[in-house]
Design a binder for this molecule. Structure first.
Ligand code: HEC
Length: 174
């Protein structure tokens, strides 16, 4: 029930943020139409997952699974399924666009009501999250779409050199 209320608030917030226009995104068609150095994008240019016919997931989906499990699982539950403390991100991403996701994770959010005081921490200064935000989004998008199952993906593409380079630059800087 609480999650539904959050949803409504978020929908209103998103519409306001983009001037009442379309706020499609995480809920839009997740099909990958473009690949750049092993990373996939949908037709709107939003990062997305890719799963080969034999079930092999792209590197970013796999990396996102690992990062989610180290940084988010404690509150958001295994596989993004939610907990009594924090919402099921698998549901959130059905309607949340990429920009909203990024800003909530970077800035955090506090939903205070008379009976609850749940806090989403701000991860804007945490490189273990910031450097992998698109990975986590891609993984959760795949989960939300039902394309990525629960647990560890069995087979994944090798780490693209571009991912290693971006990671070094992001983690290495100041
Ligand atoms: C300490 C617990 C905690 C951790 C760790 C945490 N979250 Fe959250 N998160 C929350 C809570 C609680 C909320 C709901 C906040 C509210 O009600 O405003 C939330 C909300 C969110 C939302 C908005 C969901 C919605 O439906 O509105 C997103 C997106 C999110 N978290 C992503 C993440 C990601 C990604 C990570 C890991 C990098 C993460 N969170 C780690 C507690 C946590």
């Amino acid at each position: 029930m609480r999650v539904r209320v959050l949803f409504l608030g978020l929908a209103l917030y998103s519409c306001a943020a983009v001037g009442g226009g379309a706020w499609a995104d995480g809920s839009g068609d997740p099909a990958a139409v473009k690949e750049v150095n092993g990373q996939y994008y949908d037709k709107q240019g939003t990062p997305t997952f890719n799963i080969d016919k034999d079930g092999t997931v792209d590197w970013y989906t796999y990396s996102g699974y690992l990062r989610f499990n180290s940084m988010c699982i404690v509150c958001h539950g295994p596989d993004g399924a939610g907990s009594s403390y924090a919402p099921a991100l698998v549901d959130s991403l059905k309607s949340m666009d990429y920009a909203t996701f990024l800003s909530i994770v970077a800035q955090g959010r506090k939903n205070v009501s008379s009976s609850t005081d749940f806090v989403m921490p701000s991860f804007g200064d945490n490189k273990n999250v910031v450097c992998y935000l698109d990975n986590i989004f891609i993984y959760l998008r795949g989960r939300s779409d039902g394309a990525v199952g629960r647990g560890r993906p069995e087979k994944h593409a090798p780490k693209p050199p571009a991912a290693a380079k971006a990671e070094n630059e992001c983690m290495g800087g100041s």
